[in-house]
Design a protein around this ligand. Structure first.
Ligand code: ATP
Length: 735
């Protein structure tokens, strides 16, 4: 599946050079310094190698053709590896939908690298993922550089583990796991954020909840008020109408009886006088009667005046109580509306921050003005109401005094009248019977006048009650709406004591006071409560979703860990089996194995950071060898050749278990003697069944195993040149 390598401007390959690869082993041969290793490094470079050291350079410039006296330097080095990507057993080796995959990397003198896949610019990470998916890992176990054959022997246990994981194709799990960990971190951040938002909202929500509870209690009070008011007003209406009617009837009857008595008295008096003295006495009686009548009339008028003053007094007292209880109630409604309109207008006109600032101060002034006009004078208003009530009280007292005086005068006039009558009857001859009747009639008249006065007083009282009732209705309607004053009139009074109704009135007053304290209907508060509650519910929901996705990410991470662990231990067992086999083959006996380092005890304070999935330090890999006929255990004690053999055995074992698509061996065979070269060649043949091999070699035996041979030469211009050669030529070229 490795098809072609194209190099231009990379190291000694100044000119565009292409290597075609077949299915089996390709050998690259040539004299020292001709540029063979540069080919291996071209592979590393194109696959995304970041370590300059492993490409024998210090800076990016070292990778670019530096120029010679014959060929000018290049500004760009580029290497393209072309793989075939036709499906094998239904699956494409690379997870993209092309039959060929060309991975290219270019580097410029300023050190920047450009990557592309099939001509489209990509990130390094895209290349890494694509390669990992095709089992071409980044630790470079599939490219064994010159002298680096025992790199895996020299590596630390941890690095060795990384190489093994890479060789086993576990990088893809590792990528997925890192991705899941990143997502989990992001999710945890979001959870923290949402929690902070909820904490922010919570006190405000609690405040609104309390407000709304209060408003709901007020709603309850309104309902209570409405039903009580309906009952009270219906009964009161009925009571007033009924009492008025009874009173009017009584008044009417008394008026009639008075008229009858007056008429009879007048006719008797008419009859009893005929002489001059008699006429004079009758005249006295008439005069006295007129005086009584006048005084009666005056008293009527006074009574009406007293009624009016008493009504005004009651209303004034009520008003001043209300001002004291609720100062704003006195603010005229239309003024409030005007203020609201003015504020709205100012706000609508403000668009820039400056304008908004100006508006805020204007609105502030408006409110101050309003307060000074309507709210501050509450005390003045209260004083005024009290003064009015006081004046009315004085007037009332005066009127009562007048009434008392008038009652005295009336008493006087009445006794004058009866004296005049007595004088009249005494002069008359008609006798005792007549006198008795006159007296009787006079008494009747006085009685009926008394009844009439009582009726008038009652009328007065009823008018007062009617005024009070009107005010009570207005109050109830303001606090609980029109429903409180909308009811079916009663046809008859309920059979109950009057004080039941009075108790109702007191209950009404109590509810009204509580309602006034509760304030308005609070529509804006209710609205804000609903919105805030919805937001809170939204956040709670989001938190739940986040918690769910965090949990599933944790599960995913655990699963990936488990899978990684399982694949790793399976892979390790397989590698060990092959390793031991190859080792025994190379050394003609003995054995070798990879073992996990003894796990270190995790330190106390490092344990379980609340919910965070903690990367467990995975044990590294140790290598144990057992040479035949020698008591050598440590790698340090091996000879150069033995080290080479051991590392070759391990590299081959790893490649065997999870064959990489290709394997580049740069003079891995350098230290082998003839016998081992043959064994090495056998292993290469074996390995070539599973992976494409590219061997850079001076070794005849190795060359003989290759089916394609490239010779690399370098002329006076310092430029590496490539040519296809036959075996015999290769042996020549390699010298
Ligand atoms: P050996 O058989 O001794 O290992 P080799 O064939 O592997 O040799 P290389 O190490 O691949 O040889 O080639 C090194 C050659 O490449 C040297 O001649 C070196 O001068 C040349 N070279 C390295 N970097 C550049 C560069 N940036 N520009 C020009 N030439 C370079």
């Amino acid at each position: 599946m490795l098809k072609r390598l194209e190099i231009v401007g990379f190291k000694s390959f100044a000119k565009k050079t292409a290597l075609e690869f077949g299915s089996a082993t390709t050998a690259i041969v040539g004299p020292n310094g001709s540029g063979k290793s540069n080919v291996a490094e071209a592979f590393r470079f194109a696959l995304g190698e970041q370590s300059m050291k492993s490409m024998r350079g210090k800076r990016a410039e070292d990778l670019i053709w530096g120029g010679s006296h014959m060929v000018p330097r290049a500004n760009r080095a580029a290497v393209t590896i072309v793989f075939s990507n036709t499906p094998v057993g239904g699956n494409r080796p690379f997870k993209i939908d092309f039959d060929e995959v060309a991975i290219e990397r270019a580097v410029f003198r300023d050190g920047t690298s450009e990557y592309s896949i099939n001509g489209s610019r990509v990130r390094l990470r895209d290349i890494e993922e694509l390669l990992a998916g095709a089992n071409i890992g980044e630790t470079g176990h599939h490219i064994i550089s010159q002298g680096e054959a025992d790199r895996i022997l020299l590596a630390s246990p941890r690095d060795r583990r990384a190489m093994l994981e890479d060789a086993l194709g576990l990088k893809l799990f590792e990528f997925k796991k890192q991705e899941a960990i990143r997502k989990l971190e992001k999710t945890d951040e979001n959870i923290t954020e949402v929690n902070a938002l909820r904490r922010e909202i919570s006190p405000h929500l609690r405040f609104l909840e309390k407000q709304v509870e209060k408003l709901e209690r007020a709603d309850g009070l309104r309902v209570e008020l409405t039903s009580l008011a309906q009952t009270y007003f219906a009964i009161e209406d009925c009571y007033l109408a009924h009492t008025k009617e009874t009173n009017a009837a009584a008044k009417h009857a008394a008026t009639e009886r008075l008229a009858v008595a007056s008429a009879e008295l007048a006719s008797i008096e008419e009859r009893v006088t005929t002489d001059a003295e008699g006429i004079k006495r009758l005249d006295h009686v008439r005069k006295a009667e007129r005086e009584v009548e006048r005084l009666n009339g005056e008293r009527e008028q006074l009574a009406r005046e007293i009624g009016r003053v008493e009504g005004a007094l009651a209303a004034a007292k009520e008003r001043s109580q209300k001002v004291a209880r609720e100062p704003y109630a006195k603010v005229p409604r239309e003024d409030l509306a005007t203020l609201a309109k003015e504020v709205e207008k100012q706000i609508a006109e403000a668009t820039t921050p400056e304008a908004i600032r100006a508006t805020l101060s204007a609105v502030g002034d408006l409110i101050k003005l309003f307060v000074s006009r309507f709210v501050a004078p509450t005390d003045d208003l209260l004083a005024e109401e009290e003064r009015e009530a006081y004046a009315l009280g004085n007037q009332h007292t005066e009127l009562l005094a007048k009434e008392k005086a008038l009652a005295g005068e009336l008493e006087e006039a009445r006794s004058a009248l009866s004296r005049a009558r007595e004088a009249l009857t005494a002069h008359d001859e008609t006798g005792r019977e007549m006198r008795r009747r006159i007296l009787e009639l006079a008494q009747t008249k006085a009685h009926e006048e008394g009844v009439l006065a009582a009726c008038s007083a009652k009328e007065r009282e009823l008018e007062l009650l009617a005024g009070e009732l009107d005010r009570a209705k207005a109050e109830a309607a303001t606090l609980a709406g029109m429903a409180a004053v909308t009811y079916e009139p009663l046809t008859a009074l309920p059979e109950e004591d009057r004080h039941v109704q009075e108790e109702r009135k007191r209950a009404l007053d109590r509810i009204e006071i509580r309602l006034e304290e509760a304030g308005g209907t609070g529509e804006d508060v209710r609205q804000e409560y609903v919105e805030t509650k919805q937001r809170e519910a939204f956040l709670a929901n989001e938190l739940e979703d986040l918690a769910k996705s965090a949990a599933s990410l944790r599960t995913l991470i655990d699963d990936l860990d488990e899978e990684l662990a399982k694949h790793f231990s399976d892979g390790l067992a397989k590698v060990n089996a092959s390793f031991s086999e190859y080792f025994a083959l190379m050394f003609g006996g003995g054995g070798a194995r990879l073992a996990l380092e003894a796990e270190e005890e995790p330190e106390e304070d490092e344990e379980e950071m609340l919910g965070e999935p903690k990367e467990k330090a995975r044990p590294g890999i140790e290598i144990a060898v057992n040479l035949p006929k020698k008591k050598v255990r440590s790698l340090m004690q091996l000879s150069g050749g033995e080290r080479a053999l051991t590392s070759i055995a391990l590299i081959f074992a790893m490649s065997q278990v999870n064959p990489p698509p290709f394997l580049i061996l740069d003079e891995t065979d350098a230290a082998l003697d003839e016998a081992n070269s043959r064994r090495y060649g056998d292993m290469i043949d074996n390995l070539a069944k599973r992976s494409q091999l590219i061997v850079i070699t001076h070794n005849r035996e190795t060359m003989s195993r290759a089916s394609i041979l490239y010779g690399v030469t370098m002329g006076n211009d310092g430029v590496s040149k490539l040519l296809s050669v036959k075996f015999d030529e290769a042996v020549q070229v390699a010298k």
